[in-house]
Design a binder for this molecule. Structure first.
Ligand code: WTA
Length: 684
């Protein structure tokens, strides 16, 4: 049995718990739901529920105190929950900041920690993933199954001359093989470089090129909402001349014919079937790179974020236990992210497997084959912990409460949110319609760079406020500081920074130590990590993430760089110049708006607009296509020729223009505004 705790009796929070307004209602929809949400809008705090979380998460109260008193001891204690081949004696090595190292003299193998130790402890029959395919296929994949397949694939990779330190690209949809591929790489110390399936093959090529990948594991075709897109053939079209790439492994999933190049291309199932079944896990140095994951920054060149072995696994496994109050014996966990993003790496693959959890993995889109598929899966597998993104919640709100209401969601006990600020209305809808007003919501703030969740409520402990990620987790030191002086701001808005190294932090940017220091540590020095987000600290110390301070756009929780999208647009033959800004969007959080100047005398037409959008889809991926393109004869620039994005953002948001006095040619703005007003009139 789970321990039940009575919040009133645990003097864990300073403020008295707040009773929720009104009695818990039945299943609401339509006007009754609107009225309930409206009533809850006036409630500023939500007490942690008393009956559905374990005692463990309440014990975190003491963890907070201990972590504050001795953070190294706290993280060492978390690290000791892993299996080490060579125990560490050093916890944090900060002798060369900001190149921090954790558990540096220890050795361990990530795949051993995620698989073998569970199998050896007699838990091989436990389901690791209930996999649900788009067309209704069902697979229960146990820890023993993964253990078997990972060893075979690891041996097959070795047979292909891939070993410790060789980078392996992975470009796969949400199928079980993606997990096998990542763990097989981890087993032999080959850092993987996963590229989100929604990126275009061009983007994959770039990421393979810059990381010098020796192999790529991909798929015949990807299924999406009933259609099949050829993936291997598309990869072939762009990948041809990449010298480092010696092997392409192809998973047969969609059942379509694929072109295979003799001597380079092999089928996943064939090499696995032919491989030796036993592959001993190789002990890795704690600081050995586990993976590279490319993410968007302020320039067009994506950043190769490097994560290592011991610290990363410590960070993701401990936070996965604490933040979700995980009980691996009983919980069924469902994270709806894609493995191609950091959330998938940390909280679909490494955290949950290290903890021996049972997860649900869904191949498809949230509205295919129908808009209730997530709720159907939650009911079918008895999901108790559900982790998704605000943008998905807003889409579900639009589709209507009748979809979740049609399913038995009583197994749920903890709900998570990640990727972007969650607006209070979406938070309340999640709370009422999905959580049925019984489940705590953990709004988890973190980044690809942080590797692990950094700021979040603990479900049995923290009083939540809709829209606030609340407080740093034990062992994490966050601050809100003045952007010029770097002084701590007790109450109000400033820049979010992290003041103390943490085990899951990135170690560098692949092949670019200088950019690592410049991006994250040049502003306030080597002991203050600049997050790139603005945040507000309220009078009770709650943290509210406002959004990015750099040129990164967050579309549906997907990180994109304005510069990357601009350079894709400018690469189109008809375009002379482009500037990309974010505009707030009810559904996707932010949307991409592009201001485009065409070559010569060309006039903007819907046809050219379509071509530009297709071009961006081919260069980066459909997710980067601008939602709006606004034609402009000229762009507002400073006297030194820098595009003033601030003014473009004002136009995109329909706000009054900010200061235009620094413009080289102030008439540009008037012309641009005039043109947009006319265009909007035309639309109507
Ligand atoms: C944003 C995703 C508000 C933030 C794990 C951050 C959030 C960026 C939250 C990282 C949250 C992530 N509340 N904003 N709970 N979680 N963000 O690297 O701007 O894809 O810097 O990592 O997403 O995005 P990334």
């Amino acid at each position: 049995m789970k321990a039940t705790i009575d919040h009133d009796a645990s003097s864990s929070t300073s403020a008295a718990p707040v009773r929720e307004a009104g009695a818990a209602p039945g299943l609401l929809s339509g006007e009754a739901l609107e009225r309930r949400l409206e009533a809850l809008m006036h409630q500023d705090r939500f007490a942690p529920p008393t009956r559905i979380v374990t005692a463990e998460s309440v014990n975190e109260a003491s963890l907070h105190a201990r972590a504050e008193h001795d953070p190294d001891a706290f993280w060492a204690e978390q690290a000791r929950t892993l299996d080490w081949d060579v125990p560490f004696t050093t916890v944090l090595d900060d002798s060369n900041p900001p190149f921090y190292k954790w558990f540096v003299d220890g050795k361990l193998n990530v795949s051993y920690n995620c698989l073998d130790r569970h199998v050896e402890a007699g838990r091989g029959d436990r389901v690791a993933f209930h996999w649900a395919g788009e067309e209704g296929e069902r697979l229960a994949i146990t820890y023993a199954d993964l253990h078997r397949d990972v060893q075979r694939l690891a041996n097959a990779l070795k047979d292909a001359d891939i070993g410790k330190g060789d980078v392996v690209g992975i470009y796969l949809p949400m199928i079980p093989e993606v997990v096998v591929a990542m763990l097989a790489c981890a087993r032999i110390g080959a850092p993987h470089n996963v590229v989100f399936g929604g990126f275009a093959p061009e983007a994959v090529k770039e990421r393979m090129e810059v990381s010098n990948a020796k192999a790529l594991i991909t798929v015949d075709g990807a299924r999406r909402k009933g259609k099949t897109a050829p993936v291997k053939a598309a990869v072939d079209e762009v990948m041809g001349d990449l010298e480092s790439l010696e092997t392409i492994v192809v998973v047969r999933h969609a059942g379509i014919d694929v072109p295979m190049t003799a001597g380079r291309d092999v089928f996943f199932d064939e090499i696995v079937a032919n491989a030796d079944p036993i592959c001993a896990p190789e002990p890795m140095e704690a600081e050995h790179p586990l993976f590279i994951l490319y993410s968007s920054g302020s320039t067009a060149k994506p950043k190769g974020i490097v994560h290592t072995t011991g610290g990363y696994l410590t960070g993701v496994s401990s936070t996965h236990r604490h933040v979700f109050d995980l009980d691996p014996e009983r919980d069924v966990y469902f994270c709806s992210a894609d493995v191609g993003w950091v959330t998938g790496h940390s909280y679909i693959v490494y955290g949950p497997l290290c903890n021996g959890a049972t997860s649900v993995m869904y191949e498809g889109a949230p509205d295919y084959p129908h808009k209730g598929i997530w709720w159907e899966l939650i009911e079918r597998y008895g999901v108790s912990i559900f982790y998704t993104a605000p943008t998905a919640i807003r889409a579900c709100m639009k589709w209507g409460a009748e979809h979740p209401n049609a399913h038995d969601l009583s197994s749920l006990r903890v709900l998570g949110s990640v990727g972007e600020p969650i607006n209070p209305k979406a938070w309340l809808w999640y709370h009422v319609v999905v959580g049925r007003e019984r489940c705590p919501i953990v709004d988890t703030w973190w980044q690809t760079e942080t590797g692990q969740i950094m700021i979040s409520p603990l479900p049995g402990l923290t009083e939540t406020k809709p829209g606030s990620a609340t407080f740093p987790l034990p062992g994490v030191v966050a601050d809100v500081v003045d952007e010029t002086t770097g002084e701590s701001i007790e109450q109000g808005q400033g820049l979010l920074v992290l003041k103390r190294p943490w085990p899951g932090m990135l170690r560098t940017l692949y092949g670019d130590d200088e950019r690592y220091v410049e991006t994250y540590f040049s502003r306030f020095g080597n002991d203050t990590y600049l997050v790139g987000d603005a945040a507000i600290r309220d009078k009770e110390g709650y943290l509210w993430i406002v959004g990015r301070i750099d040129d990164v756009i967050n579309v549906s929780g997907h990180r994109l760089s304005t510069a990357e999208v601009e350079s894709a647009i400018v690469a189109h033959e008809k375009v002379a110049e482009a500037a990309v800004v974010a505009q707030s969007d009810e559904l996707t959080g932010q949307a991409i708006v592009a201001f485009v100047t065409l070559q010569g005398e060309l006039e903007g037409t819907p046809e050219i607009e379509g071509q530009i959008r297709d071009h961006v889809a081919a260069q980066i991926g459909k997710l980067a296509r601008p939602k709006r393109i606004l034609w402009s004869d000229d762009l507002p620039k400073t006297r030194s020729g820098k595009i003033m994005r601030r003014l473009l953002r004002d136009i995109a948001e329909g706000r009054a223009l900010g200061d235009v006095t620094t413009l080289r040619d102030p008439t540009v703005m008037a012309a641009l505004e005039q043109k947009i007003v006319t265009a909007q009139a035309d639309e109507r």
